[in-house]
Ligand binder design. Structure first.
Ligand code: FMN
Length: 182
């Protein structure tokens, strides 16, 4: 697929089939490529946490307990069942910095890396979803995935796998976002 079509056709995937996995080696290779994102001062501010089953189970249970308190039993059970079916779990972080400009630039570089991962997955026939749900800001979540909250900021969870359903989205006509200057 050429780059224009790759970017345009990629969709956020909410539903995955459970049978078809991407290999650990392939996902590591995709991450290696993602690190070629533009990055001011080459700070290489990212870290990628590839979750195994034990950690996934722990995170699902944590989310269940959060939802039980906030949304009730029915929602908690329904969402936990859905989460348990998600095949691939990656958490991406950005190093924190006391220098606000540096953090902003590092965060931007990590976002580029996230997009790189999503596009590489799409090219191989795999979908993904970048999630910044409430759990990603909880101290207990940082602890579950062994991330030191004083040093790293979670960019999001990146779920990935073979799409079951590819949703449609639309974009506004681009003319309104373009200003041509003399
Ligand atoms: C920083 C960021 C955070 C996101 N967090 C969520 C999320 O928490 N839940 C969700 O359903 N989608 C999330 N998304 C996905 C967007 O909702 C999605 O990109 C948007 O609906 C456009 O759909 P598309 O990616 O298929 O073009 C997030 C996307 C970005 C860039």
């Amino acid at each position: 697929m050429d780059i224009q079509n790759l970017i345009r056709s990629r969709r956020t995937i909410h539903d995955y089939v459970s049978e078809d996995f991407i290999s650990r080696d392939d996902i590591k290779s995709i991450i290696e490529t993602a690190c070629w994102a533009p990055n001011h001062h080459l700070t290489e501010p990212w870290h990628y946490y590839l979750l195994g089953q034990e950690t996934i189970d722990e995170v699902c249970e944590l989310n269940r307990s959060i939802l039980l308190e906030t949304k009730g039993k029915e929602v908690a059970e329904e969402k936990t069942e859905r989460w348990k079916k998600i095949p691939g779990w990656l958490v991406v972080t950005c190093n924190k910095s006391n220098d606000q400009l540096r953090f902003m630039e590092d965060y931007a570089a990590c976002a580029c890396a996230m997009q790189n991962i999503m596009l590489s997955l799409w090219e191989k026939g795999f979908g993904s979803k970048w999630s910044t749900g409430e759990i990603t800001r909880k101290k207990e979540f940082y602890d579950s995935v062994w991330i030191d909250q004083s040093l790293e900021q979670i960019m999001g969870i990146l779920w990935y796998g073979k799409p079951d359903l590819i949703p449609q989205t639309a974009r506004q006509p681009v003319a309104q976002f373009i200003t041509e200057l003399p």
